[in-house]
Design a protein around this ligand. Structure first.
Ligand SMILES: NC(=O)c1ccc[n+]([C@@H]2O[C@H](COP(=O)([O-])OP(=O)(O)OC[C@H]3O[C@@H](n4cnc5c(N)ncnc54)[C@H](OP(=O)(O)O)[C@@H]3O)[C@@H](O)[C@H]2O)c1
Length: 281
């Protein structure tokens, strides 16, 4: 029987432990608040130092890992941390684990608790190689190893999460503007699907090609026209008594790209305003 230790029994870690138990793994667990292990058919450890060779960590951030393991010897252990933090902190953490004799696999899991262990689940991994533990990691979801730099998994995870949060927030705003989420749903659903597929609404692949090439054709829909359209959405939201934080931010960004000289270019040129922001520091 394969052993796995799960550290962190929040919504995610608890479900991970459950899924490993269901698949016949010998599971041990540790959580800062031990009461959260109640009802789990797993061995509750007194301390993370007692963890086995494969340790899955799911906590609020990476500081929690430092707080949990303290000065524990990690010789021979592979820590797979699926917690959120910045790519830079993941790189620091890889050095911290190596200094204590262990190996750190960093990861970002792309499903909520009910998705763990189902066919829709996938996880970005980076840092130490995953081959030795591929079978055990596959229990949680499809293994997507994106590179040796320990920060990469989080970069992929956060990029996806940014699309997820901003898209869903725009849906919330749009449903408030329309006055009904249910009436909006079929149209929004069709649009979101279309954005990623082929055809005249396939703006994600069109945008991706354009951004990679640094060429932003605007003959059919120039950015100036879209910045004006965005202003109209801000005004419509204000007229409806809604919060305008998000639409105003988009309007400002579009206008910033126009000020940078992209008024006649296409929507993809907004990426230049986004990148200019980081250069301004
Ligand atoms: N929930 C989701 O849908 C989802 C999806 C993908 C990824 N994630 C990521 O998965 C991770 C866990 O999420 P979650 O939803 O399970 O969070 P959660 O329910 O809030 O659980 C947080 C866990 O972190 C532990 N923790 C916090 N600070 C700690 C510290 N200083 N020392 C030791 N343990 C500490 C908590 O222990 P106590 O029980 O003692 O407080 C608990 O086990 C997060 O990084 C999150 O971003 C979540």
């Amino acid at each position: 029987m394969t052993n796995v230790t799960v550290i962190g029994l929040g919504a995610m870690g608890r479900k991970m432990a459950d899924v490993y138990i269901e698949r016949g793994y010998d599971v041990s667990v540790w959580n800062r608040t031990p009461e959260r292990a109640a009802g789990l058919k797993a061995k509750l450890l007194d301390s993370p130092a007692q963890a086995g060779d494969l340790v899955i960590i799911s906590q609020v951030d990476y500081q929690a890992m430092y707080d949990s393991f303290g000065e524990a010897d990690l010789t021979g252990k592979t820590l797979v941390n699926l917690s959120s933090d910045t790519p830079e902190r993941l790189r620091e953490a890889a050095r911290w684990v190596a200094d204590r004799g262990g190996r750190l696999v960093t990861g970002g899991i792309m499903v909520p608790p009910p998705g763990i262990g189902t066919p829709v689940s996938y996880v970005f991994y980076s840092g130490a190689p995953v081959e030795e533990h591929r079978e055990a990691l596959s229990v949680l979801g499809d293994v997507q190893y994106v590179g040796e730099d320990p920060g990469l998994a989080m970069l992929y995870y956060q990029s996806m999460l940014y699309i997820f949060w901003s898209t869903l927030t725009s849906f919330m705003h749009a449903s408030a503007l329309m006055g009904s989420a249910e009436r909006l749903l079929p149209y929004a659903g069709a649009m979101v699907r279309g954005l990623a597929e082929d055809g005249p609404m396939a703006f994600l692949p069109i945008l991706a090609k354009s951004i990679e090439a640094g060429i932003y054709p605007g003959e059919e829909n120039n950015l100036h026209m879209q910045a004006v359209g965005m202003e109209h959405i801000v005004e419509a939201s204000r007229d409806a008594g809604l919060d305008t934080t998000v639409p105003e931010a988009l309007k400002d960004l579009f206008h910033q790209a126009v000020r940078l000289g992209h008024g006649g270019d296409g929507l993809a040129s907004v990426v230049e305003a986004i990148k200019a922001g980081s250069r301004r520091g």
